[in-house]
Design a protein around this ligand. Structure first.
Ligand SMILES: [Zn+2]
Length: 251
């Protein structure tokens, strides 16, 4: 049986290049990392990879105009069965509201009956993103780096969504989100988070330990348990890479 002190660090949203080498990945240590991609070319490029510690995502980064403009619904649907994880997707103020909404809405439609986890970005478009998620419910949704006002947070909690949080976010957010709805992330290489590498969640776990009044090992165990719940509820447990699923099942 796996005990909490044996659990690796968990990172539910980090950016890793599709051509990352095995040598570079070795530097991540034991960490289990959900690696997002930015467009369908990148997603296509990772379908042949088998990296033990990574869960690769299929993404259309909403802050990148080129990725949004190049979105192809048929290509997304053709690639989707290769993935247990969808990310990074969502909406952002840096791309037009109409096309951003159309792309995100189509992605949610394509994912509606699929056993996947979905990492959703909402910078500057929080209520539009929540509108779409309300119209197209999916139990695998994880709001990444959510910066909505307390009214938005209440709405997201009402929908039973999960949140991946990082060390650049204030304690007030960690206090406001129920601990069974929380997952860890680095959003590496976002500089404001100061994570030295994907999976480097030490600072975040320290902060959660203080906020929750729990030891570091209990914090890590709680975060893996949360992943287990959403992975089982969404069905993603059946499609996640085997060694990651093994850790989850043993948790
Ligand atoms: Zn990101």
């Amino acid at each position: 049986m796996t005990t909490s002190h044996q659990l690796p660090a968990l990172d539910c949203h980090a950016h890793i290049a599709p051509d990352v080498t095995h040598r570079q990945l070795a530097a991540l240590g034991d960490a289990a990392v959900f690696a997002v991609t930015r467009d369908l070319d990148e997603a296509d490029a990772v379908t042949n990879r088998h990296d033990k510690k990574l869960v690769w995502g299929i993404g259309v980064h909403p802050a990148l105009p080129a990725a949004v403009a190049a979105y192809d619904p048929d290509r997304f649907r053709a690639l989707l069965p290769h993935f247990a994880f969808v990310g990074e997707v969502g909406m952002d103020r840096r791309t037009p509201l109409d096309s951003g909404r159309a792309v995100f809405s189509d992605i949610l439609t394509a994912c509606s009956d699929r056993p996947v986890l979905i990492s959703v970005h909402s910078t500057g478009r929080v209520s539009a993103v929540l509108d779409e998620l309300e119209n197209k419910r999916h139990v695998g949704v994880i709001l990444h780096w959510f910066t909505g006002a307390s009214r938005d947070l209440a709405r997201a909690l009402e929908m039973n969504l999960y949140f991946s949080v990082n060390a650049a976010m204030p304690d007030t957010v960690f206090e406001a989100i129920p601990r069974d709805r929380l997952l860890p992330e680095t959003d590496f290489p976002a500089r404001t988070v100061r994570a030295q590498r994907p999976g480097h969640v030490d600072t975040l776990e320290d902060r959660l330990s203080t906020v929750w009044g729990q030891g570091i090992q209990d914090v890590r165990y709680r975060l893996w348990r949360n992943l287990k719940t959403i992975a089982v509820d969404s069905g993603a447990i059946e499609t996640l890479p085997e060694n990651i699923a093994d850790i989850i099942v043993a948790t």
